[in-house]
Design a protein. Structure first.
Lengths: 439, 219, 129
């Protein structure tokens, strides 16, 4: 049992490992351990009593019953514990397995925190393993491609500057047929809201930008989107372990908002991007809180509803279920607002999955796992039988989830298990049900 | 035998308590320094209210998700830790020693209750050992350090029980018991038992993050 | 666990017999255990103490070595109090800072054993089951 018995060929991992020597590994591991870790890692490594209670937490463990190598402590046992015990003296083959495990078998979802009496943050430990892998140059090819894109273009999808503004103007143009007078205001100084999205939206989910513009327009929001880099709030560098680049991305994002003197940043329906902007990137940059206030789309829609700015022509036919995205639930406590928004939009019951809210199971796509690409697709689909059973047990046809990764992950699970369910963003439903002008 | 008894209740006891108290203090202090130096972005979010909120919620059996999902472990570990602390602290024989050496005296447990609680500790140790051997997810991650911690904790209670009931040679057993207890004390700062020193703080940190930043429960 | 009930019964038996022994016969040569009635129900088995044998072995000739006098919390090593039960002066639960009966026994025996480097020190050596 263990990662070495389930290795998957990946060009990025293989090439990275082929350039390693034991000396280089030892040097890099210790540089990270000594230079970048401290009391957290030390106490976690020392006081984990190996009680195994965390096994219950992990969807990977739950989906591979009888295989303890998928449990949170089991994953640490195969990676960080070995690095610490051997003081970094491990061979390149070990690094391959360590990288595959850290990048593809842990979603950094932090559910195990709820199962550990001592409060060990396994996600932090796995992030540190990824950091070491990044510094060793051993990263999955697909994920590294997005990280390269971040480094070259400040967005995740190799979207060129003109393509970005083109996409926005295209969506504005399209939307004006349905909503006369609609604008996607670019670089509007002093706007109330700075709306940022992840690069997959202009790349292949442009309807989400269309919908967001429609909602902003109908709600009468004073908003803007930046024409220059900084518009992409996503961050695969946070997940690949390239924290330097993560810092640059977050700085660019905040600074572009600051330049426009906006009051608040509203982020689209994405979980990992929210984690990077709200929780992680600011710390790397040395900011305790954010130079510009940041809220997630769920909270923004909740506010608009409270203020009576979203008017519905009809309600969405239920019943529905809700997939709680880890990064805005365990990461920001938005579970109740998500339900209140859903109740406002849906006519019919919300059939909960169990467990739910901050005890939810991850989609198995988050934490950069889906970004490791096709070689590892089955790792996350087979690794989330738990979610398939949860979904099936609800018996509903519609799953609402305000997170791109959750969409990607659940999409694959639903198709693999032929569950016949459709996935919706909140903005899909708001757009579908809201009052629209007679044209 | 008198010389041996005098040694283990005298210099060795001072050494054990000294290592335990000074060692724990030093480990806490140096860990705090390290946290401030290397974990500033975590340290900054430590919050007393949220720390206590998390600790209290985890001190209630079957309250946290972790406890609810692991009922056997919950019953075992609560019973174990309560008895583990209460028996040595409130045992008549130990309080008599405090009185003998320092003239201090305080409440005690009836001997037969302490006897049963000792058996609870030993039974819990058996459960822990059984999990390490028989439960896959525990066996997989068990290391020598974990067995060491378990043995260090089991021995004072086993020898104490045997000495109390005067099974085998009493004089040998009582000295073995005292030495075992002293090994346990001295081992606390430097083995897995250091979770006695650090667990409140790792829990407090998680509570602070979840309370202050993530606005979610961590139990 | 199995031992507790018999142990308790044994303790009760010993208590009763000790009680009777102390009450009826004050002659020192019959003392083999220290279990003054004042303690009531005993926590541990009574301390084994054969008065004459002990003194012979310890080469004790002066009664005052153990049977000291004193008042107001001050020990008087010159005033012999043989024949007065310890519990007459040392109460089980004394008022103020006076030495309790249990502490008086423990102090008397263990301190001397420790000073002489001979004789029992640990609980179970006197409180034999």
């Amino acid at each position: 049992m263990g990662i070495q018995e389930r290795l998957i060929e990946d060009v990025g991992l293989r090439r990275g490992v082929s350039q390693l020597t034991p000396e280089k590994i030892e040097k890099v591991v210790n540089a990270v351990l000594k230079g970048e870790t401290g009391a957290r890692l030390k106490t976690y490594a020392e006081t984990c009593m190996r009680c195994g209670m965390c096994a219950e937490a992990c969807h990977f463990a739950g989906s591979h019953p009888g295989d303890p190598s998928y449990t949170p402590a089991g994953k640490v046992h195969q990676t960080m514990s070995v690095l610490l015990d051997k003081k970094g003296r491990v061979d390149p083959d070990f690094v391959y397995g360590m990288a595959q495990l850290a990048y593809t078998e842990c979603n950094l979802c932090r559910r195990c925190v709820h199962l550990c009496p001592i409060g060990i943050d396994t996600a932090y430990i796995m992030s540190t393993v990824r950091r070491i892998c990044h510094k060793l140059g051993v990263t999955p090819q697909y994920m590294q491609d997005t990280a390269h894109s971040h480094a070259s273009t400040f967005n995740q999808m190799w979207v060129k500057d003109d393509e970005w503004t083109d996409s926005l103007m295209w969506q504005e143009d399209e939307a004006r047929e349905e909503f006369p007078g609609l604008r996607i205001p670019l670089d509007k100084e002093g706007a109330d809201i700075y709306y940022s999205v992840i690069a997959p939206e202009p790349k292949f989910r442009t309807q989400l930008i269309y919908q967001a513009a429609a909602i902003m327009h109908m709600a009468g929001v004073d908003w803007t989107m930046p024409a220059q880099t900084g518009w992409d709030n996503s961050d695969m560098c946070m997940f690949s372990g390239d924290f330097e680049m993560m810092g640059r991305l977050k700085r660019q994002h905040f600074e572009s908002a600051q330049k426009l003197k906006v009051k608040r940043i509203v982020m689209g329906e994405c979980g990992h991007a929210f984690r990077s902007v709200y929780d992680v990137g600011n710390r790397w940059l040395g900011w305790r809180w954010h130079p510009v206030p940041v809220i997630h789309a769920v909270e923004f829609y909740w506010e608009l509803i409270q203020e009576g700015k979203i008017k519905l022509a009809k309600k969405f036919p239920g019943p529905v279920t809700i997939q709680d995205p880890c990064n805005i639930v365990r990461g920001r406590g938005l579970q109740e607002k998500l339900r209140e928004v859903t109740r406002f939009l849906v006519d019919g019951d919300i059939i909960e999955m169990h467990p739910n809210r901050e005890h939810n199971y991850c989609c198995a796509a988050g934490g950069g796992v889906i970004n490791c690409g096709p070689p590892f697709k089955n790792v996350r689909v087979d690794g989330n039988l738990v979610k398939a059973e949860q979904l099936k047990a609800t018996g509903v046809k519609t799953v609402i989830t305000p997170c791109h990764n959750c969409h990607g992950g659940l999409h694959d699970i639903i198709h693999h298990h032929k569950l016949g369910m459709e996935l919706k963003f909140l903005s899909d439903i708001i757009y579908e049900c809201m009052e629209k002008p007679e044209v | 035998m008198n010389a041996a008894y005098e040694f283990v209740t005298g210099p060795l006891a001072w050494a054990a308590w000294g290592i335990f108290l000074l060692g724990s203090g030093w480990r806490l202090y140096s860990m705090r320094q390290l946290a401030m130096k290397k974990d500033a972005s975590s340290w900054a979010f430590m919050d007393l209210g949220f720390s206590l909120r998390s600790i209290v919620n985890w001190l209630i059996p079957f309250n946290a998700l972790g406890w609810r999902k692991n009922p056997v472990m919950t019953v075992t570990t609560f019973a174990f830790h309560i008895c583990l602390i209460a028996v040595p602290v409130f045992l008549v024989a130990h309080v008599v020693l405090w009185t003998e050496f320092f003239g201090v005296s305080y409440a005690t447990l009836p001997d037969n209750v302490a006897d049963i609680m000792t058996l609870v500790v030993l039974a819990a140790c058996l459960v822990f050992a059984g999990r390490r051997l028989g439960q896959k997810e525990v066996a997989y991650i068990t290391t020598g350090k974990d067995w060491l911690a378990l043995v260090i904790v089991t021995l004072p209670f086993l020898t104490g029980f045997l000495a109390y009931h005067q099974v085998f040679d009493y004089q040998v057993m009582i000295i073995a018991h005292i030495v075992a207890g002293e090994i346990m004390l001295a081992a606390i700062p430097f083995t897995r038992l250091s979770h006695m020193v650090f667990a409140a703080f790792t829990r407090a940190y998680m509570g602070s993050e979840f309370g202050g930043v993530r606005h979610a429960r961590d139990w | 666990m199995k031992r507790i009930l018999p142990l308790l019964m044994l303790a009760a038996l010993v208590c009763t017999s000790a009680f009777l022994a102390v009450q009826t016969v004050m002659a020192q040569d019959t003392i083999t255990k220290l279990a003054p009635a004042a303690f009531g129900k005993l926590t541990r088995p009574p301390a084994v103490f054969n008065h004459d044998k002990h003194n012979e072995k310890a080469k004790l000739e002066e009664c005052v070595v153990c049977h000291h006098g004193g008042a107001d919390g001050k020990q008087d090593k010159t005033a012999s109090t043989e024949g007065t039960p310890c519990s007459d002066c040392h109460k089980v639960k004394p008022a103020g800072k006076a030495t309790s009966l249990q502490r008086a026994y423990h102090k008397q025996c263990i301190a001397c054993h420790r000073a002489k480097g001979k004789g029992p020190l640990a609980c179970g050596q006197c409180h034999v089951r």
